[in-house]
Design a protein. Structure first.
Length: 206
């Protein structure tokens, strides 16, 4: 699993915050309507509708280079306009990923810095929503995880002692699990891609 590394050299000077107007580029929406849009030259803006932050008063934001180095980590608090602007002028040419998440969703938007400008391509958008877990029979559950362009999602099940008892790739947006062969007790399901994991408790009963 790739570990993101914090690059001290870039620090917080990579992004400068400033309020923007209400104009929005037609660039498609990410999770819960959150958008990362090109603004001007080497600036982008993060649009966060109010409903996207209801489950969390803030949204974690990061910028990551192609090698997995974390160049910036911070917290975005939605403004009345829902917009925050970030200046990427200190970044050299290359491919980067801007991520935003809270406890119910995660998204990553790929951006390309080139010369005095940048490209935000909606085709380079990855996103995943918090899975729903439904019991359809005794000790049998269905896991549904809405996702876009996510190919490395997995499911892991841990017992009460945090011992891994089952793990597999999440090949589709829905997967059923028969837990009837497991001993009675409480278990933790960990679901999601390597960048964002969601967890939930389930009980096996006899």
């Amino acid at each position: 699993m790739k570990k993101f590394r914090l690059s001290i050299a870039v620090l917080l000077s990579v992004w400068s915050l400033a309020g923007m107007g209400d104009a929005k580029a037609d660039n498609g929406s990410g999770a819960n309507g959150v958008k990362i849009e090109k603004s001007e030259n080497k600036k982008v803006r993060l649009y966060i509708p109010t409903e996207a932050s209801k489950s969390s008063s803030s949204i974690d934001v990061a910028i990551i280079d192609l090698d997995g180095n974390v160049l910036y980590q911070g917290v975005a608090v939605p403004s009345k306009s829902g917009l925050q602007s970030f200046n990427l002028k200190n970044l050299p040419d290359g491919q980067y990923y801007i991520t935003a998440s809270n406890n119910t969703w995660w998204m990553s938007q790929g951006v390309t810095v080139r010369g005095n400008g940048l490209i935000v391509d909606s085709r380079n958008l990855q996103q995943v929503m918090e899975p729903t877990i439904t019991a359809y029979e005794k000790n049998k559950i269905e896991v549904k995880m809405p996702a876009t362009n996510v190919s490395d999602a997995s499911v892991a099940i841990y017992d009460a002692q945090n011992v891994l008892v089952h793990a597999e790739r999440m090949e589709s947006s829905a997967r059923r699990f028969d837990l009837s062969t497991l001993p009675e007790g409480a278990y933790t399901l960990v679901v999601g891609p390597e960048q964002k994991h969601f967890s939930a408790r389930v009980n096996v009963q006899r």
